[in-house]
Ligand binder design. Structure first.
Ligand code: DC
Length: 428
């Protein structure tokens, strides 16, 4: 499994962190602030009363340090010997010494290895000075940000920071190892006269050009209030209102939702309440599966109005699978319950490889979702509603490159992809 790295480099106060954070949120990936890592090591050096210019002493300390990097939500974290230095990282003493510390070869080697480790388990947008040139030189997704020095000074002053931006830039650009520079293949973006939104839009356009598998360009826009057909809207509105009042419907992770373009939504299945529950996460129509036997009498008219595709639950139903694969390719959002049937005991059961096959063949983003409490609100085998609280947890989308989709394109691959999706659901 390979992950994507977006490299954002540039001088101090050029807007790298703001852009990287916004991209991480929009794309549902992790933002790594590599400068914070150099700052954290500087903090420890100063705390131990070591002179940052005494390379031998710095290296001796470095060898003893336990540095652990991780993430909370979409942001990177760093602990040194079990301590979180983040409250101290913008102090004047750190601003004044971090360039000297980051010029030490052994410091860079240690931190670059930790930076590369992120890519073993997640897509990242990483910002710094040498991300496109040294940390991830082969990534095709590189942006170099810059802004007028006077503008950058203003930004730092506005943040209330004591920081000699020009001095730090000079040191960072002129050092021997991994100096700040425009990496090969990086797109240059000047942020001097742009709003934050303007910079984000420009960066997304650059990434699209560089071939980053954006969930879909259009979905990065705020959700358009598309009209629902009235009969779909009637169901959507009535179920939504009922769920909110009866079950205190709570949604966690709504910021992870991919709001337009094709998405395969994969959820555990607890109750008949589930499909409208998922449908209510969105303000535009989506496609569902429904048991073939429901398409009788009035149901024969109603279910198609609610974009339900009939599925035979007794045997693998290739024709309905083909229908949803086609609809995903046409840009629809489709809900699939990988387990096929509702849970008997509230636990998440085994999944059939169908969802992996649909995902691999359609090649669209996958949104893992976990429903909790619907099995108590309307248990399987009972017609009685209870006022149990329902929670829907939305996970970060699983975004795969075309090569990764290809690697899942046989029976074992479908099973592996299904397992990956189920693991993401269970982790929520
Ligand atoms: O991005 P920042 O201003 O927080 O970075 C602080 C310092 O860390 C910067 O002056 C140089 C150093 N740094 C580096 O050498 N390489 C990186 N990839 C990131 C930061």
């Amino acid at each position: 499994m390979s992950f994507h790295a977006i490299a954002i480099d540039g001088p101090a106060a050029s807007g790298k962190s703001t852009l990287a954070r916004a991209l991480a949120e929009k794309l549902g990936i992790v933002m790594v602030n590599s400068g914070a890592m150099y700052r954290a090591v500087t903090w420890k050096i100063l705390k131990e009363n070591i002179d940052p210019s005494d390379t031998a002493a710095v290296v001796a300390l470095l060898e003893k340090l336990e540095i652990s990097c991780g993430q909370t939500g979409s942001l990177s974290t760093i602990f040194i010997d079990g301590e979180d230095p983040s409250p101290f990282l913008r102090e004047p003493s750190i601003n004044a010494n971090v360039s000297a510390v980051s010029a030490i070869l052994q410091v860079r080697d240690r931190l670059v290895a930790l930076q590369r480790d992120y890519l073993k388990s997640t897509h990242v947008v990483m910002e710094g000075r040498d991300i496109g040139s040294v940390v991830f030189p082969t990534t095709p997704f590189k942006i170099y940000l810059d802004a007028d020095p006077s503008e950058r000074d203003k930004r730092r002053a506005k943040d209330g920071e004591v920081d000699s931006v020009a001095q730090r830039d000079a040191a960072d650009s002129s050092r021997q190892t991994a100096p700040l520079k425009v990496a090969d293949g990086a797109a240059f973006l000047d942020t001097s006269h742009s709003s934050i939104e303007g910079v984000i839009d420009a960066a997304i356009a650059i990434l699209a050009k560089q071939g980053f598998p954006l969930p879909q360009a259009a979905e990065l826009e705020p959700e358009p209030t598309k009209q629902m057909r009235w009969i779909y809207w009637l169901g959507w509105m009535s179920f939504g209102a009922a769920y909110r009042s009866l079950f205190g419907l709570r949604i966690i992770g709504a910021e992870n939702l991919i709001l337009s373009g094709p998405v395969l939504v994969a959820s555990n299945h607890q109750s008949f309440l589930d499909p409208p529950l998922i449908g209510n996460l969105y303000k535009t129509e989506m496609v569902f599966f429904a048991r073939k036997t429901l398409f009788k009498g009035f149901g024969k008219w109603l279910y198609p109005q609610w974009n339900a595709i009939p599925i035979d639950q007794d045997k693998p139903d290739m024709s309905s699978m083909k229908t949803v694969i086609r609809m995903l390719k046409e840009g629809w959002r489709v809900l699939v319950f990988p387990e096929g049937a509702r849970t008997l005991d509230g636990e998440i059961g085994e999944a059939a490889p169908g969802v992996g096959m649909i995902a691999a063949k359609a090649g669209v983003p996958i949104q893992p979702v976990r429903i909790e409490g619907a099995d108590k609100a309307l248990p399987r085998g009972s017609g009685k509603i209870s006022l149990a609280r329902i929670t829907v947890k939305v996970g970060k989308p699983i975004l795969l490159s075309p090569e990764e989709f290809k690697s899942y394109s046989n029976k074992e691959g479908y099973t592996a992809l299904t397992e990956r999706i189920m693991t993401a659901i269970r982790a929520l």
